[in-house]
Design a protein around this ligand. Structure first.
Ligand code: SF4
Length: 714
């Protein structure tokens, strides 16, 4: 018998395959954590096509977090200033279902909200949709993917007629030009970057362009680093388009046969002359021309992006403007080419497939679409009209709904909004006003647990069998390899039990997660994300598999989408978008003269719920800091390690300075990982604002205006 169980890393959207074996194996040295406690042995899975055995420090140390600070029992309290008391599952679920019924009667289903996470498995997501959008008739299920990938979702839908990244990781090793914008891939998606960087190093003709206001480790590896001013991405992209058109690098055959709306786009691009763009972006005309030349002369161009593009008040416009460049040059549907968003979380993709945002339904359907609602209602055997035609509340709208009293019950699962939401002081005040908050998570304490009335202990990675989909549409069966501790339960079981107790026993009669997945994939049949040919059994037998994988066409090559150059729009054409740049939602002014940008570090994951408890990672990143350019530091009279108070219109935080030319003058950077459990007054999101993209409703977490005050003067 194989001693290793195959699973997937539960951190980022790269989705590296892992193998886990028990702490003590006959004849082998026992793995131990820094306190000497025996821990599970975890290694990269060489047979996983996405990662080929590679892991970064997070994947390599993940098992150290398995038993630390776990929530073991359901707990309840009557008010936020009371102590939690341990209760049985029966009592906790009785309290929750009673409260749901009361809110339905007094405020209506629209007052019930659930806020989930890309950490959930597809089965968890699917049953949450069935419960909320189907049985309860509330579309108020949103996930932290709203803060992460919703601009990419909206951009793909508007340009191609459907969500779904069209590329695969193999394209990293086939492209002639990698164009990375708004992504510090080396730190945030390390194994994707490893694959690209190795290939780039070996193949001298391959160009790598990195667009980022910071000189990140990713930018260090580039042939061309464009350190644009924050908020000028669309200027840059339109400027490159202008040069591609001027130098006749465009693919007129592709434009004529496969796209629509080109004249409107061309009219906008006319205004983006190199001189205007270079001035606006703060780069040289020569660098802009070099970028256009690299793109235009390459047989294949692959764009990669993540939060630097998506987390913007014009996030969807930025995504579509990237896609425009691919349409202009016919760079899609072939090896090494295409627009490729890198998802933040391990199953953000699965969440999208299962309908895990407030405007979606399972199988890449939209709640606004009459036919889509009817299809799901029929499948779930619900009366027509049961699913509301209005999108539910997005993540930030749930916060404002708490402020106005329109939210009567908030159920949070596997995420930590008391650190990750924008405008944290306002977020925390709203959470304090919540009449009833259920917090379902594997860990305790977290910053968000402090705002809960009921705590439900969830099984986590390695303790439940389920499905995750990574950034390249690869679906992996993650096998449980140990029991959940004490009374913790898989999330899907909790949702199913609540559904049964609310009177929907026939809709939640699942004996295991394989049955849940088997039902879900039927809802993907004939949809763009068709995975009707997949099941737990199939995935166990054939290993991680990319979709589409229809039941009647299982052997289709699913590496890339749109290889037939037909898109999911009504006319089958990809649509150009004509956008002028609007810039930042909050621009610097004499009172708040710096742009603050936020981001992630190599070792930490989001709000440190796991990584903060791993000694090796804590040593790697012991404390938060603020990167500042030497010119700005000199003007403020500060040096390395001097403390600065950072103030925005919403809040303040304080950090030691890291004086570095890696950041552009006028811009400062802080990591977003430190919540109130880990440091005093070091929350990046105490400073950020909630202005959001009108199409994707994704907040502009990446930039806000701040003032800097040396602590000695504060
Ligand atoms: Fe895990 Fe992402 Fe690191 Fe891979 S790159 S080991 S998925 S954190």
């Amino acid at each position: 018998m194989n001693e290793f169980t195959k699973t997937l890393c539960p951190y980022c959207g790269v989705g590296c395959g892992l193998e886990a074996s028990p702490p003590a194996q006959h004849g082998k040295a026992t793995n131990r954590d820094s306190q000497g406690t025996p821990i599970w042995r975890v290694r990269g899975d060489k047979s996983h096509p996405s990662s080929q055995g590679m892991v970064c420090v997070k994947g390599a140390t993940i098992s150290e977090s398995l038993d630390k600070n776990r929530l073991h029992y359901p707990m309840v309290r009557n008010s936020l200033d009371a102590e939690f008391r341990r209760v049985s599952w029966d009592e906790a679920l009785h309290i929750i279902t009673n409260r749901i019924q009361t809110v339905r009667l007094t405020q209506g289903s629209q007052a019930i909200c659930m806020y989930g996470s890309g950490q959930l498995q597809t089965e968890d997501y699917y049953l949450a949709q069935k419960l909320m959008k189907g049985c309860l008739g509330s579309n108020n299920f949103d996930a932290n993917s709203r803060l992460c990938m919703s601009s990419a979702v909206a951009g793909y839908i508007q340009s191609f007629g459907a969500d779904g990244p069209p590329c695969c990781y193999e394209d990293l090793e086939l492209t002639d030009c990698a164009f990375l914008i708004g992504t510090n891939t080396a730190e945030c998606h390390p194994i994707v970057f490893n694959r690209l960087a190795k290939y780039h190093k070996k193949n001298r003709h391959v160009k790598m362009i990195v667009v980022d206001p910071r000189r990140t480790p990713t930018a260090e590896a580039a042939d061309l680093h464009l350190a644009i001013r924050p908020g000028t991405d669309i200027d840059l992209l339109n400027g490159i388009a202008h040069l591609l058109m001027r130098e006749n690098y465009i693919d007129t055959g592709f434009i004529d046969d496969c796209t629509s709306n080109f004249p409107a786009y061309a009219e906008v691009i006319r205004h983006y002359s190199p001189e205007v763009v270079a001035h606006q972006c703060g780069i040289s005309v020569e660098d802009l021309e070099t970028a256009a030349k690299y793109w235009g002369k390459s047989k294949s161009v692959l764009s990669l992006w993540s939060m630097g593009v998506n987390q913007s008040a014009e996030g969807t416009a930025k995504v579509r403007t990237i896609i425009n460049l691919h349409l202009l040059t016919g760079q899609i549907g072939k090896p090494g080419a295409g627009p490729f968003s890198l998802t933040g979380q391990p199953n953000a993709m699965g969440g999208r497939e299962a309908g895990g945002l407030a405007h979606l339904l399972p199988g890449y359907r939209l709640v606004k679409n009459d036919q889509h609602r009817a299809e799901v209602e029929d499948f779930w055997q619900l009366p027509r009209g049961q699913i509301s035609p209005s999108p539910g509340l997005s993540a930030w709208e749930m916060i404002t709904g708490l402020e106005t009293g329109n939210v009567g019950l908030l159920w949070i699962a596997a995420t930590n909004p008391a650190v990750s939401m924008p405008d944290l002081e306002r977020t925390k005040k709203a959470l304090l006003k919540s009449p009833f908050t259920v917090y379902q998570d594997a860990y305790y304490p977290t910053e968000t647990a402090a705002y809960a009335h009921v705590l439900l202990p969830a099984a986590q990675w390695g303790e439940k069998t389920g499905i995750m989909t990574n950034s390249e549409r690869r679906v992996t069966l993650c096998q449980a390899f140990r029991q959940p501790p004490r009374e913790a339960k898989p999330d899907w079981e909790i949702f199913a039990e609540v559904g049964r107790r609310l009177g929907f026993a026939d809709k939640f009669a699942f004996r295991n997660s394989a049955e849940v997945y088997a039902e879900f994939v039927q809802l993907t049949r004939h949809r763009p994300c068709d995975m009707s040919g997949l099941s737990h059994e199939v995935l166990q037998a054939q290993g991680p598999t990319q979709w589409p994988h229809p039941v009647d066409d299982k052997f289709r090559d699913a590496k890339r989408l749109y290889t037939d150059l037909r898109f999911h729009t009504p006319d089958g054409r990809a649509k150009f978008a004509a956008y002028y740049s609007r810039g930042l939602a909050e621009v610097p002014d004499p009172n708040y003269p710096f742009v603050l940008t936020t981001g992630r570090l190599y070792g930490h994951w989001h709000t440190q719920t796991r990584t903060g408890r791993i000694e090796k990672i804590r040593q790697m990143h012991p404390q938060p800091f603020l990167e500042i350019h030497p010119r700005d530091a000199a003007a403020l009279g500060i040096e390395d390690d001097d403390w600065l108070e950072v103030r925005s219109r919403r809040g303040y935080a304080k950090f030691p300075a890291k004086v570095t030319k890696a950041i552009s003058p006028g811009t400062v950077f802080v990591p977003m990982h430190w919540g109130s459990l880990w440091a005093d007054d070091a929350e990046a999101n105490a400073l950020t604002h909630s202005e959001s993209c009108p199409d994707s409703l994704q907040p502009e977490l990446k930039a806000c205006a701040v003032q800097l005050i040396p602590i000695s003067q504060a």
